[in-house]
Design a binder for this molecule. Structure first.
Ligand code: F6P
Length: 366
């Protein structure tokens, strides 16, 4: 079937570069004579259209995507509470339960004469996309996440911007940590993967980096701080991934509500309190959190996003479906969604960035 109309959706947490993907996909689609619409807030625009006064779909034209390449956020809105496979709905007792609304979603896609989807998101969104494709929806996924934890692509867009900003923050914290002879613990996002902490920590010359892939012994981290003290370095920077955990311990979870993914956080304060007790050094904790997701994309992320958006349209035009565009330098390839979602991409313990960090004397608390 020839494509006449496509829809674009952005799901999960936002990441810098979403608008650039939308712009490239819309312009590439219009160039092929297709029309284009955007679904508001993940799939909510189709599942809950009455919630949107101007309708759940936005017509996307060359005008509507003008001047958005450099903007953070997403012009379509997004949500990490709208998984159609586990949609949170209130039952008759006022309890939130998870409902599978996939068939309703497919009916809405057909009712709006949408021939194909471009779905931009992280692991959750790619999993949903694979389920939709298995039920016959023609679609291509675009990998987004600051966490960089999607498999089968060298990198996801948003990651470079997050690392760049985290590194800038670590640079600033170095100055104040040294001036006050303090330890500063910097907690960064990344869920169960330590990519952001590792890359920003190494680039920003942290003294210790704690990541989920290497459970830590807090005494080893304290030893590192005290060893620096002996050498006359009266300050230390410890970068902690939100998913870091002590040896034999668990993740630091803030909340796990129905229809939502587990919210991680708090490990930075735990590490900070323990380091202050063990070293006697004044310690401060900075949680970068959502600052890593906001802001404009770096040139690297803009270009990657534009490449991904255009490649997604090429993939659809070539008759591809149930695939994700992926960076496979020097090109952008298509990989089956099933492979992209079969495992989480965590930091390999023998990767050269870990080896480099160890050679530089950075402690992983192991
Ligand atoms: O997946 C992106 C991410 O920013 C994670 O790093 C973080 O754990 C999570 O989303 C935070 O989600 P929320 O926006 O719901 O707080």
């Amino acid at each position: 079937m020839n494509i006449k109309r496509i829809a674009i959706t952005t799901g999960g947490g936002d990441a810098p570069g979403l608008n650039a993907v939308i712009r490239a996909a819309v312009l590439a689609a219009l160039n092929r004579g297709w029309t284009c619409c955007g679904i508001r807030e993940g799939y909510n625009g189709l599942l809950e259209p009455d919630r949107f006064p101007q309708g759940g779909l936005i017509e996307l034209t060359a005008d509507s995507v003008r001047g958005i390449t450099h903007l953070g956020g997403t012009i379509l809105g997004t949500t990490n509470r709208g998984n159609p496979l586990k949609y949170p709905m209130m039952d008759e007792n006022g309890q939130i339960k998870e409902v599978n609304r996939l068939d309703e979603l497919i009916a809405a896609i057909q009712a709006h004469h949408i021939d194909a989807l471009i779905t931009i998101g992280g692991d959750g969104s790619m999993g949903i996309a694979h389920q939709l494709a298995q039920k016959g929806v023609r679609l291509v996924g675009v990998p987004k996440t600051i966490d960089n934890d999607l498999d089968r692509t060298v990198v996801t867009f948003g990651f470079n911007t997050a690392v760049y900003f985290a590194t800038e923050c670590i640079d600033r914290l170095h100055a104040t940590a040294e001036a006050h002879q303090r330890v500063i613990v910097v907690e960064v996002m990344g869920r169960y993967a330590g990519w952001i902490a590792l890359h920003a920590g190494v680039a920003g010359s942290a003294d210790a980096i704690l990541i989920p892939e290497i459970p830590y012994d807090i005494n080893k981290v304290a030893e590192k701080v005290l060893a620096r003290e002996k050498k006359g370095r009266h300050f230390s920077i410890i970068v902690v991934a939100e998913g870091a955990r002590p040896i034999g311990g668990t993740y630091s979870v803030i909340r796990h509500a129905a229809g939502q993914t587990e919210r991680l956080g708090g490990i930075g304060h735990k590490v900070g309190a323990a380091i202050e007790t063990l070293t006697g050094k004044e310690t401060r904790v900075v949680v970068l959190g959502h600052l890593l997701r906001g802001g404009k994309p770096t040139a690297y992320d803009r270009l990657l996003s534009l490449r991904f958006g255009a490649a997604a349209v090429r993939a659809l035009a070539e008759g591809q479906t149930d695939v994700m565009v992926a960076l496979d330098p020097p090109t952008v390839n298509y990989v089956p969604l099933e492979l992209a979602t079969s495992r989480m991409k965590t930091v390999p313990l023998d990767c050269d960035t870990i080896l480099t960090a160890r050679d530089l004397g950075i402690s992983f608390g192991d």
